[in-house]
Design a protein around this ligand. Structure first.
Ligand SMILES: [Zn+2]
Length: 113
C-alpha cells in the first residue's frame, strides 16, 4: 500500500471494503482512517505499524507493514478496525489472528486490543 493513496476519512466511501475475506483478493482500493486532527489528538496505544499473522488455522507467520495514517488510527482507536489484510494469505482476516511486532522485533499484544 502506498503512503499517499488509498485512504479516506469518509465512512460512506463506496470503494471501502467490509469485513473478512474467504477467498484471496487484492487489498482494498481505499481504507478508512481517522482524520489527521483526530489522530493527532492523542494515542491510547503505542504507535505500531507492523503486525504478524500468528494465530488461527491459516497462521502464516508473515509480517505486514501498514502506512502511517492507518497505524496512527490503530494507536488512536484500537477498536476502529475489525479485520486486517495479510499480504501472504491475500485476505482480510479478523484482528484476533494478528499480533503486533514491537520495535525490537518481539511479538506484542493482539492487534485491536
Ligand atoms: Zn497470513
Amino acid at each position: 500500500m502506498s503512503d499517499t493513496n488509498g485512504l479516506t476519512t469518509d465512512p460512506t466511501d463506496p470503494r471501502l471494503g467490509h469485513g473478512e475475506d474467504k477467498e484471496r483478493r487484492p487489498q482494498n482500493e481505499v481504507y478508512l482512517v481517522l482524520s489527521e486532527a483526530e489522530r493527532q489528538s492523542g494515542f491510547v496505544r503505542p504507535y505500531r505499524d507492523t503486525y504478524k499473522h500468528t494465530k488461527g488455522e491459516e497462521a502464516c507467520q508473515t509480517t505486514t507493514k501498514m502506512n502511517r495514517a492507518i497505524s496512527e488510527t490503530y494507536a488512536k482507536d484500537p477498536s476502529f478496525y475489525g479485520s486486517t489484510y495479510c499480504v501472504c494469505c491475500g485476505k482480510h482476516l479478523s484482528l484476533k489472528y494478528f499480533q503486533w511486532v514491537e520495535k525490537d522485533g518481539s511479538l506484542g499484544p493482539t492487534v485491536g486490543t
